[in-house]
Design a protein around this ligand. Sequence first.
Ligand code: RIB
Length: 292
Amino acid sequence: MKKVIVTGSLNIDMSITAPYCPKGGETLTGGGFAVNCGGKGANQATACAKLGGNTLMCGCVGGDEFGDRLIRNLREAGADTRFIRRVGNAPTGTAMILITEGQNRIVLDRGANACLREADIDAALAEATAGDIYLTQLENPAETIGYGLKRAKEAGLITILNPAPADRAIEGYFRYVDFITPNESELDLFGGRERLFANGIRCVITTRGGDGYEYACGGTVKRYPCKRVEVVDTTGAGDTFCGGMAAMLARGADVERAMTFGSAAASLACTRKGAAASVPTSEETERFLSEG
Ligand code: RIB
């Protein structure tokens, strides 16, 4: 089986649920406070590993207990954590998440994620061979993420960029991207599909929340619905889509099957609380898909 190298962020998520989003100066009583493992990189690596991909995570955490917890969590999911570097003088990345009506709003302190270096990526990529999958996002410095895309492409890997949070500093590296997976607001920020193609990206997969996703590649544009579920918490659903898709590609599936699988896993993740914690197993996802 091919390997999936996930380069990206690891965060501790502190989430709270509220009846609505408070205005400036307002204090509002919410509930359900939870401290969970998250970070777009770690969520995608967890999803990839739990969904059957041979997964290696590259990133940085602080020297604190949160860092221990994130590494342990990824190991338990089955990912290779040897390329997660501990940064002694930085805190682990933290995300404050407000959940209202099933939707989340996130404020992030990058912490150790800001310390990711080119050398970290070089070390992880030394484990890869041509044809492996390289999956990354934008919670680390854009130049470092861009460097990784370039190196991965030059080494013959299939590159997937989840451009979240959207940062136009990455545009200069688009020519090294095979698949980009923006949501609708990220797609707008990058100027739409045609602009992505003009900048050298091969295929655009736009995730559209409860409305499914759209695949545009080589002149073909296709829309796909997603399976309807009772939404509890959407945090990490996009990450589960990306991780599930990467796992399936690594297992030898074609893009259509990989997207269907990623989307089903993401729907299931929406029925559970938390980010990494909401990722279903491969068996649960297959069962859900076979339910029609
Ligand atoms: O995509 C969801 C993730 O975004 C959360 O886990 C949070 O850590 C932020 O990075």
